[in-house]
Ligand binder design. Sequence first.
Ligand SMILES: [Zn+2]
Length: 182
Amino acid sequence: MIYTFCPRCGAPLAAGVRFGRVRRLCLYCGFIHFTDPKVAVAALISDGARVLLVRRAAIPQIGFWALPAGYMDADELPEEALVREIAEETGLLVRVAPPVHAIAPLAGWAERRGILLLYRAEPVGGTMAAGDDVSEVRWFSREEIPWAELAFESTAEFVREWVALAASTSVTGPGRSSRIPV
Ligand SMILES: [Zn+2]
């Protein structure tokens, strides 16, 4: 967002170099507009055998499958934002594990808008129901992943990683049994 007027005192903003680059600033009250990056959080939620995906009902990539995700508010910790967003989108309560990736830029934006923090999480309660900007919530086994309908390259990357990990740790799945010498 580009401000025309000072959000603090209402005076017209000027432009000037502050802290190494041109920024919008107020010559009356001293306000400087820092264009803070957005911080998004996403979770790869697994029950051990399946991964949870949500079908997007908001731009960009409407109708495609993605990880539950959302933007962090300034008064939240990332883990709090994640628990809130997952409850809104899926109805599930989750336990969040430490972050596994921090990637930039955010997918889906033309400009370099911010960073995405990816966590792993597991369901601990709640009742699954699509909400907020999601039209469907579904568990997918490794064989059911809708590869051609994943929303973002990062979604595919994270799901591929989960599939590889699930294959290497499963004792009963086809990924492991196919490599057990008999
Ligand atoms: Zn001002």
